[in-house]
Design a protein around this ligand. Structure first.
Ligand SMILES: NC(=O)c1ccc[n+]([C@@H]2O[C@H](COP(=O)([O-])OP(=O)(O)OC[C@H]3O[C@@H](n4cnc5c(N)ncnc54)[C@H](O)[C@@H]3O)[C@@H](O)[C@H]2O)c1
Length: 268
């Protein structure tokens, strides 16, 4: 963990997982511009430092704590949230962006090893469960909190070319489970002041990151076919995803809970 000072703060604090690159990095920047102090969590330490430096250049003086951890490891997640408590003394929002379908282009059922299956579920589902379980007690202290999960249009199954999606069977299963996690936790926390929602993107190309790299590696024809298969005729942007998250973590979104918000160009 690295950060600027210890203590408590009057500013709202948001923890963003998967913040080393891609959508998580863009969401973190948007929340910083909206006035949140930040906790950035990810496996990739160098990426976290890149995101932190960039945001500090956009919002000078912002307090940012980083933690390079595997968020599917129970003890590492507990330790990270204990440090958040020591450093900030509060947590207002948790954005569970960490996840993805991996880089292995696993297509047929026979090729899905148990290791790949577990890894994809760990990265997308277990990480969101563990982080939410640690965040809720901090939020309950003030009877206020906003939890945003990350699902995917692929939760409904994906036919035809897989484009940027790696291991799509466990990925679809994990994101469908994220939808269940979202809906059940929203009901369980109903009267607490904590809302739980999910953003469900279609194909979105962040400014940088794994998904943009794999999309750009496709042939021009494959890229055009992928765009044409989206009713709006184009891929989404990180800015559009971050705007959805910014709404769901805002105070006026208090009556929105248990919602799976599709941001997918009408793909589902
Ligand atoms: N980009 C898209 O088109 C798209 C579409 C639908 C859903 N999503 C979802 O949105 C989220 C962000 O996607 P992205 O495009 O930024 O992907 P990305 O692969 O660029 O970034 C995901 C980040 O999560 C981190 N991560 C994964 N497992 C982790 C773990 N166990 N512990 C700590 N960090 C971990 C990775 O290190 C990486 O930095 C993911 O949950 C993804 O499934 C993305």
């Amino acid at each position: 963990m690295s950060g600027a000072h210890d203590g408590t703060t009057d500013k709202r604090v948001a923890a963003v997982t998967g913040a080393a690159q891609g959508l998580g990095a863009e969401i973190a920047e948007r929340l910083a511009l909206d006035g949140f102090s930040l906790v950035l969590l990810d496996l990739q330490e160098a990426g976290l430092e890149r995101t932190k430096k960039h945001i500090e250049s956009v919002v000078p003086g912002i307090d940012i704590l980083t933690a390079a951890v595997d968020l599917s490891e129970e003890s590492a997640v507990s330790a990270s949230f204990a440090t958040i408590d020591t450093h900030f003394g509060r947590l207002d929002a948790l954005v569970n962006t960490a996840g993805g379908s991996g880089t292995a282009q696993v297509r047929s059922l026979d090729d899905v090893t148990a290791d790949v299956w577990r890894k994809v579920l760990d990265n997308n589902l277990t990480s969101a469960f563990l982080c939410s379980r640690e965040a809720v007690p901090l939020m309950l202290r003030h009877s206020y909190g906003r939890i945003v999960m990350f699902s995917s249009a692929v939760a409904n199954g994906l036919s035809g070319p897989s484009g940027t999606v790696g291991a799509r069977l466990p990925y679809a299963a994990s994101k469908a489970a994220v939808n269940g996690l979202t809906k059940q936790l929203a009901k369980d926390l109903g009267t607490t002041g904590i809302t739980v929602n999910s953003v469900s993107p279609g194909l979105v190309l962040p400014d940088e990151g794994r998904v943009r790299a794999s999309f750009e590696a496709l042939s021009n024809e494959a890229q055009a076919a992928t765009r044409a298969a989206i009713p709006l005729g184009r891929t989404g942007t990180g800015t559009e995803i971050a705007a959805a998250v910014a709404y769901l973590v805002s105070e006026p979104a208090g009556f929105t809970s248990g919602c799976i918000l599709a941001v997918d160009g009408a793909a589902t």
